[in-house]
Design a protein around this ligand. Structure first.
Ligand code: GLN
Length: 514
């Protein structure tokens, strides 16, 4: 299957995955590669265009991240962003140095003259800047196409060589017309037609999975989360009853979630999955007895999960394929795609599980970003409420209960969380808040109810807005909604006598509360 593609060369900047997402939002497929990738390899991929990302180095310093200068002579359009722009200018004979005035945040940029990059972009446009260095002088043959009061070269181009450099970050949403600029690059400059569409992706994937699997047997661990649900349904459409899904209920799911998963994916649901539900609740509670440390809880839950899955897999016997719900950010963050350091070693990538007897791994979502997984899910006919589920950690409520986990505490946090989500939805806020949930603190305090003294737990409500989950700020929930939730939780959930609202942003907090 031939599709046009843009290559994104990663110099280690923090917004690099955003660059890729924005390009794909323009219906153009792209992949991220480290700046260390051999030029020949890049050439072989026959890209329609190349984007150089931002990064932490200073290009004029010894040992700075750099690229083969021949990249600029490939005859393929190149767009440098921030560090990428500085590197392009520096390599081609311009001058980059420490800026007398650093720019950080939203800055009004004035576009000068005509550029296809700024087609339909306003003359004065707000852009997101984040740099210490600047381009003092553009490289010979380049025309300056934008500036700010502190930045003489906010953008430059050489039309005939198809090279474009911009100092700001079009990928960040604060750059008001950023998507337009990226779209101009891929369509007006690279001549893409836009063949990256979820319906064709789904159709093609189903076809190629069917070819690859043949008459083989396939095993999939279903968590009920978005990624594994979409992967399972895609596999089911491709190979029908050759697929078996195992769903481990670890007793740390949200209220009713186990049953909801079973309703959708179980024998009475719309998909033809061989569905095995393992009710392992008590096993997990047993293992978690007396454990307070969050990392240790995560570990225990992860290991026990594998053990339960392994036992089921043994009953099923040898299979040909094991499905994993790896998605593209997992690939990039494991250091396999881009340069953004190895942020986390992902359990899904690389290390193959040795507890199941299988021949090959199949990763149907490996090329997709989260928002694309969701769109693929809709294409596959998965209900919207499943596809747009709130993110939920693998260890589940085990890490939304501070301190020791007990069945009783799980019930409390489940009930409080269900009330909270219900009221948020009733107030029409469920689509506008990034992530929200209830967590059970480890604090008990004195209260009075019906003239009787209580000594019960405090529940914390969390709600944050985030663009990329790397930073987050507390969502402003109307006070009357909070009061309503407080009232209902105190009245309806036995064991809770206080409701707190967590105001902490990330950093210094995290989104989860463990
Ligand atoms: N490190 C370079 C600078 O400080 C580039 C920064 C970036 O790419 N955001 O100017």
């Amino acid at each position: 299957m031939k599709r046009e593609r843009i290559l994104i060369i990663d110099f280690g900047g923090q917004y690099n995955q955003l660059v890729a997402r924005r390009v794909r939002e323009c219906n153009v497929y792209c992949e991220i590669y480290s700046y260390k990738t051999d030029l020949r390899k890049l050439q072989e991929m026959k890209p329609k265009g190349i984007i150089l990302t931002g990064g932490p180095s200073s290009c004029y310093e010894e040992g700075a991240a750099s690229c083969d200068p021949a990249l600029f002579e490939m005859g393929v359009p190149v767009l440098g962003l921030c560090y990428g722009a500085q590197l392009m200018m520096h390599t081609l004979g311009g001058r980059v140095c420490k800026a007398p005035v650093r720019e950080y945040g939203k800055i009004e940029v004035t576009t000068d003259g005509k550029s296809r990059l700024f087609y339909h972009v306003s003359e004065k446009t707000v852009c997101w800047m984040s740099h210490n260095d600047y381009i003092e002088k553009a490289a010979p043959g380049f025309q300056i196409i934008a500036h700010t009061p502190d930045c003489p070269v906010a953008a430059a181009q050489s039309e005939e060589r198809q090279l474009y450099a911009i100092q700001f970050h079009p990928e960040v949403l604060h750059t008001v017309e950023g998507t337009k600029m990226l779209s101009n690059f891929v369509y007006e400059i690279c001549g893409c037609v836009g063949d990256w569409k979820m319906d064709t992706f789904v159709e093609n994937s189903i076809r190629s999975i069917r070819e690859r699997v043949g008459s083989g047997k396939v095993l999939c661990a279903l968590s009920g989360g978005v990624d594994s649900s979409v992967a399972a349904v895609m596999m089911a459409k491709a190979v029908g009853d050759q697929l078996t899904c195992v769903f481990v209920d670890h007793g740390l799911l949200r209220k009713n979630e186990g049953n909801e998963v079973e309703e959708v994916f179980g024998p009475d649901g719309p998909y033809k999955l061989n569905f095995i539900r393992v009710n392992a609740q008590q096993r997990f509670y047993e293992k978690l007895k007396g454990v307070e440390e969050p990392e240790q809880k995560r570990k225990i839950i992860g290991e026990e999960f594998i053990r339960v899955f392994e036992e089921e897999a043994q009953k099923i016997g040898a299979v040909d394929f094991l499905v994993q719900g790896t998605i593209y950010p997992d690939v990039v963050e494991s250091g396999l795609g881009g340069e953004s350091a190895v942020i986390k070693s992902h359990h899904n990538v690389g290390g193959l599980p040795d507890y199941v007897d299988f021949k090959e791994i199949i990763e149907p979502l490996r090329d997709l970003f989260k928002d694309e997984v969701r769109r693929a899910g809709l294409e596959l006919g998965i209900p919207e409420r499943l596809v747009y589920r709130q993110p939920f950690p693998g260890p589940g409520l085990g890490i939304r209960i501070v301190g020791e986990v007990t069945e009783e505490k799980v019930r409390m946090v489940q009930d409080a969380d269900a009330i909270y989500r219900e009221e948020i939805a009733k107030a029409g806020l469920d689509k506008s808040i990034g992530q929200y949930f209830a967590a059970l603190t480890n604090m008990r305090s004195v209260g009075v109810m019906g003239d009787e003294r209580t000594y019960d737990y405090a529940v914390a409500l969390r709600a944050v807005n985030t663009i990329d989950f790397m930073t987050a700020e507390t969502a402003e929930i109307p006070f009357d909604v909070l009061v309503k939730v407080m009232n209902r939780v105190i009245n309806e959930v036995k064991g809770i006598n206080r409701v707190l609202y967590d105001l902490t942003s990330k950093p210094p907090g995290t989104i989860e509360f463990e």
